[in-house]
Design a protein around this ligand. Structure first.
Ligand SMILES: Cc1ncc(COP(=O)(O)O)c(C=O)c1O
Ligand SMILES: N[C@@H](CCOP(=O)(O)O)C(=O)O
Length: 431
């Protein structure tokens, strides 16, 4: 499979080149030259298939011969070494819990797959790389965990100072070894811009062999589609599936749309956001207007310039009319998000994190007019990651999984920097 840039100013590249480049030199985003489709009998039999086999079938269509079957099966199995439970919260409303991995957020799936693909190619060719990653809270930890101790790879995590939860900060800043954290005086969008600017600086890119572990990297996106197939496999006999994705940078939703293009029968996707509603506004107005982000209690979705928007545009052939049919968008403020966490916990005993609650709200809104659908919202992080927000809402302590508590006991190490290329260069020089 070849990958092209959405800006179409650079030649197509292989999967290996796409994942090492991260970002094409023309500042576009890589997309597969064609979105592969899966045959009808795959969907007929999917209910009897194992998660690893489903994931392998999907991944192999994007990667082709570049990773041999045996290796790709190993990568998929190691990536998905934890459960993806689907829990009925109310009649016909399901939560797809994506937080059972090592860092308690859905990012574990993408980060573990990317780490293993890069390691496969690095080991073959002895390549050294530096991973630059911008995070609004969860990606950083998942990438740190995925690459911890991996030979030939250095990781630099950029996160916005004072804008992530306490336990998220503990996770990012306490790995040590080949994982370094930088606390940036700015927003997530500033961090993302620093990463993108570094990629566009040829000298820096070549000197440090920079690559990206954000969802701008195709190897993050492909595995994020696995769990949409899994959801269909589990619920396919129940009715028309609608899926609500709590969104910020829109990598997760784009992965779902890729799955749908491959033939996955999901009837409707819903983009649910906090007040950083750049995409829901676009769906209403046809104008894409990035703006500085606002801090919210669903902090990992505080994104003012969602990078995967341009991939979504490609999926819909740049047609606003088609995108607003294919994706319904809703946005919610912190007040209703907090009330929903409390209300659903009181009524059903199910505790959502603030991101999942935004997803739940979008799903319920859509289902008012489509009551016979089967609704799924993505529960993208464990509520204990946002204990500082969730505990006052439910007036109760949230039990912390041991793998999170372990991070809480460690000592934070980070370098505080301004949101400039000069500061980032100084950090790179220490490698
Ligand atoms: C918990 C959580 N939910 C939702 C999102 C939004 O996902 P995406 O950026 O893929 O839209 C993020 C961050 O990416 C997150 O960490
Ligand atoms: N919400 C993310 C932001 C980065 O997203 P990515 O999926 O584009 O890497 C985070 O938690 O860091």
């Amino acid at each position: 499979m070849k990958y092209y840039s959405t800006n179409r100013q650079v030649p197509e590249v292989s999967y290996e080149e796409a994942i090492f480049n991260g970002l094409p030199d023309d500042n576009g985003l890589y997309m597969p030259e064609t979105i592969p489709t899966l045959p009808a009998d795959f969907f007929e039999n999917i209910g009897d298939m194992k998660l690893h086999d489903i994931a392998y079938e999907v991944a192999s269509r994007f990667i082709g011969e570049e990773i041999p079957e045996k290796e790709l099966r190993r990568i998929v199995e190691e990536t998905l070494s934890f459960d993806l439970p689907i829990v009925e919260v109310e009649k016909g409303i399901y939560s797809l819990e994506l937080y059972h991995g090592p860092t308690c957020a859905f990012k574990d799936v993408g980060a573990r797959f990317l780490a293993r693909c890069l390691s496969y190619f690095s080991a073959k060719e002895g390549k050294k790389s530096t991973i630059l990653v911008a995070t609004s809270g969860d990606t950083g930890a998942a990438v740190g965990s995925g690459f911890y101790g991996v030979e030939n790879i250095e990781v630099i995590i950029l996160y916005p100072k004072g804008k992530i939860s306490k336990i998220q900060e503990q996770q990012l800043t306490t790995f040590g070894k080949n994982i370094q954290a930088c606390e940036v005086r700015g927003t997530f969008d500033d961090c993302q811009k620093m990463v993108k600017d570094a990629f566009l600086n040829k000298e820096l890119k070549e000197k440090y062999n920079l690559t990206s572990a954000n969802s701008i990297n195709m190897a993050r996106l492909i595995p994020q589609s696995f769990y949409y197939f899994w959801t269909y496999a589990m619920l396919k006999d129940m009715g028309d599936l609608v899926v609500s994705v709590p969104s910020g940078n829109f990598g997760n939703l784009t992965a779902g749309l890729l799955g749908q293009k491959m033939g996955l029968p999901i009837k409707q996707f819903i983009a649910s956001t906090n007040v950083n509603d750049i995409v829901p506004s676009y769906l209403t107005s046809g104008q894409f207007e990035p703006r500085p982000s606002t801090s919210t209690i669903s902090n990992a979705m505080d994104v003012g310039n969602p990078s995967n928007f341009y991939r979504m545009k490609e999926v819909f052939g740049s047609s606003w009319e088609d995108m607003k049919e294919g994706v319904k968008g809703y946005a919610y403020d912190d007040k209703i998000t907090a009330e929903t966490v409390a209300d659903i916990y009181r009524k059903t005993d199910y505790l959502m994190d603030p991101h999942g609650a935004v997803g739940y709200l979008g799903l319920k809104e859509y289902m008012k007019d489509h009551p016979n659908s089967i609704g799924v919202f993505l529960e993208t992080a464990h509520p204990a990651k946002f204990g500082d927000v969730v505990e006052p809402i439910i007036k109760q302590e949230v039990e912390m999984p041991e793998r999170l508590a372990e991070f809480a006991r460690r000592t934070k190490v980070s370098t505080e920097i301004d949101a400039t290329q000069e500061e980032l260069k100084k950090v790179l020089e220490t490698l």
